[in-house]
Design a protein around this ligand. Structure first.
Ligand SMILES: [Cu+2]
Length: 245
């Protein structure tokens, strides 16, 4: 990409990889985060790196350096894109104002019901029997069967329409799970592994052995997929249905 020197440009980065979490970084750049997964946040420095799991999105603003210089957008040490600064007659650009927040209902934690979801290994590995697919993952003791067309009839949780809920997400293994919920946005509250500035999103990258809490208002009726965005985890069990009625 060629960009005008001194200006501030907005970049939207989407991780469309179906397995790899990107350790996104822009060394030497002045860069700020404006939105996570399509939900605006109070702008803050990108910092050393941001872990962008499969299906996750990030909106950045970047100050383009002096003409002739280059910035590289990287995954860890690996270059994904080169941003090249070209001479311009325009003056220096300003950082954009924060984006207006999305119209997402604020969960009331004082009256929220807590539901716990354990993400763990499944004991039924390939080769145990010849019937059905291999199962490596389960949510609360249930592995999703990719061939089962009726799994939406047996939701793992039933939420009351307009009810307030806290989900405690517990990763019992070392693998990263970008946990994605359809139909509803949620607020990430806290984690036992890192400091969280609460924010709204539709995907939370649950780290190794992490326990995180998210909260939501169940204001969209339906049967919604609740799954890991890593496709091979999903295909081998890490998916469930959640009902809002
Ligand atoms: Cu996963």
């Amino acid at each position: 990409l060629e960009l005008p020197a001194g200006q501030v440009v907005r970049l939207r980065v989407l991780n469309l990889d179906n397995t790899v979490t990107y350790r996104l970084n822009l060394p030497g750049a002045e860069a700020r985060i404006y939105a996570l997964d399509g939900h605006p946040i109070e702008p803050r420095e990108l910092g050393k790196e941001y872990w962008l799991g499969p299906g996750m999105r990030i909106d950045l603003a970047v100050r383009v350096p002096a003409a002739g210089q280059e910035l590289s957008l990287r995954n860890g040490p690996m270059r994904l894109a080169t941003l090249k600064s070209t001479a311009t007659t325009e003056g220096a650009g300003d950082w954009p104002a924060r984006l207006p927040r999305n119209p997402v209902a604020e969960p009331d934690l004082a009256r929220a019901e807590t539901l716990r979801f354990n993400f763990e290994w499944s004991a039924k590995l390939a080769g145990v029997d010849d019937k059905g697919p291999a199962k490596y993952w389960q949510i609360n003791g249930q592995a999703w069967d990719i061939n089962d067309k009726t799994c939406a009839d047996r939701p793992i949780a039933s939420l009351k329409k307009d009810g307030h809920y806290i989900f405690e997400l517990r990763n019992m293994a070392q693998y990263l799970h970008p946990i994605h919920l359809h139909g509803l946005s949620f607020k990430v509250l806290d984690s036992n592994r890192k400091k969280i500035i609460p924010y709204f999103t539709d995907t939370y990258l649950l780290g190794k052995n992490e326990v995180a809490r998210i909260a939501l208002v169940a204001d969209n009726p339906g049967i919604w997929m609740f799954h890991c965005h890593v496709i091979d985890h999903m295909e081998t069990g890490l998916m469930a249905a959640i009902e809002v009625a």
